[in-house]
Design a protein around this ligand. Structure first.
Ligand SMILES: Cc1cc2nc3c(=O)[nH]c(=O)nc-3n(C[C@H](O)[C@H](O)[C@H](O)COP(=O)(O)OP(=O)(O)OC[C@H]3O[C@@H](n4cnc5c(N)ncnc54)[C@H](O)[C@@H]3O)c2cc1C
Length: 362
């Protein structure tokens, strides 16, 4: 089966690799560079769900994806020769207010992978952390990687297995306006004889769906980040207003804002100053550190904050994979595997059902 995928972020790239691996023929169109948008801007954290969402189906999906990472990474690193910089530094979650500390304590009571940390132990674990903390937990399994490298590893692995990866090629629409389509158009020419199309164009997916007569919202949600050149932190640190992640080559990344400002992908003085303040509140010695770079990306949102994955309403062989918001890197393996299965074999895994685009169809 010939499957066209529109979008070369981590979601489209994972789908391309999974389609190719499962015996399909993937044709991926990316209008710019692979991972050139939200994926390249991402902090790349792979965090087990805890207190941040009460949506059970979402947590099931996130856990399933998390479990896939070690084997997926081994496979695509071997196949592509790209090191995705996967590491497991562990994460310290901190609470400044007694209320947040109680919530962390409750989570640690329920979860074997979260350990409540007494202040003395915390100072040994992460000496540069502020002492002004009401409570903290430690989880040794929380990991991170370089999301841009992950997306590239997926496509190079797919390409070496025979996938057709077309960089700087824009998907412009479907060829036939019926329930079943058999071709698509791109700025480089038409692609005929295809069996299915998957729209994985991040926040630009909405504009593509409007051309097909059904508006499925994927609003852009801007995230700004900064990087320090600093080795002052050993673990990833999660605070109430943001996070710090140590990265290879002596960098410390700090993120992230969440802003609903349309397609304005630029950093702002206010956003960057807020990140610096938050970082220095958690690790006071960062007050003297200089910011070495800053950037912004547009996460694909959705009206209910949940991913939008499944068959496009009213079309037999058009599918969507977007709306991954703050979890697109984490959810890339499970999205790729389940979408490939849906498209190639017509099977809707029950874990995908709650995320069907049908819930927004008008
Ligand atoms: C600051 C920040 C920090 C983040 N941190 C994390 C994190 O720690 N962990 C985590 O799991 N997630 C994180 N995320 C979220 C994650 O990055 C996104 O959910 C994920 O990258 C979305 O991937 P995507 O492939 O759907 O979209 P994108 O990466 O935006 O890719 C979509 C691609 O489609 C292409 N495209 C658009 N229109 C067309 C067209 N017509 N034809 C061809 N191509 C087209 C675009 O050029 C783009 O490359 C973060 C995001 C940001 C911004």
């Amino acid at each position: 089966m010939r499957i066209v995928i529109a979008g070369g972020g981590v979601i489209g790239c994972s789908i391309a690799w999974h389609v190719q691996k499962a015996g399909g023929e993937a044709i991926l169109l990316e209008r710019g560079e692979i991972a050139g948008e939200a994926t390249g801007a991402s902090a790349g954290m792979l965090i087990a769900p805890i207190e941040d969402t009460g949506n059970r189906a979402f947590n099931v999906l996130r856990r399933a994806s998390l479990e896939m990472f070690p084997s997926v990474i081994q496979e695509i690193e071997e196949a592509s020769g790209i090191d995705v910089e996967y590491k497991v530094p562990g994460m310290i979650r901190t609470a400044r207010s007694p209320k947040a500390a109680r919530a962390l304590h409750d989570a640690a009571d329920k979860r074997p992978d979260l350990e409540w940390v007494e202040p003395r132990v915390l100072r040994e674990l992460e000496p540069s952390l502020t002492h002004d903390i009401a409570g903290a937990t430690y989880s040794e399994d929380d990991a991170d990687l370089n999301a841009g490298r992950l997306a590239n590893a997926f496509v190079v692995a797919a390409e070496r297995a025979g996938a057709d990866i077309r960089r700087r090629t824009m998907f412009t629409g479907l060829k036939k306006d019926g329930r079943r389509i058999d071709g698509v158009s791109a700025n480089s020419g038409d692609i005929a004889d295809i069996d299915a199309v998957i729209l994985a164009a991040g926040p630009w997916t909405e504009a593509l769906t409007m051309r097909m007569g059904a508006k499925l919202p994927s609003p852009p949600m801007r995230g700004q980040m900064i990087a320090y050149r600093s080795k002052s932190v050993r673990h990833a640190i999660w605070g109430e207003d943001g996070y710090l992640v140590p990265k290879p080559r002596g960098y410390l990344w700090v993120g992230a804002t969440v802003e609903d400002v349309g397609f304005r992908k630029k950093t702002t003085e206010r956003g960057l100053a807020g990140l610096q303040r938050m970082a220095a509140d958690l690790v006071p010695r960062l007050r003297r550190a200089s910011v070495s770079s800053s950037w912004a990306g547009l996460r694909p949102g959705s009206p209910d904050g949940m991913p939008v994955i499944g068959r496009f309403p009213g079309k037999k062989n058009v599918f969507l994979a977007t709306g991954h918001f703050r979890n697109g890197v984490l959810l890339a393996p499970v999205t790729g595997a389940l979408v490939a299965d849906l498209v190639l074999n017509g099977r809707t895994d029950r874990r995908l059902s709650p995320f069907s685009p049908q819930r927004f169809a008008r």
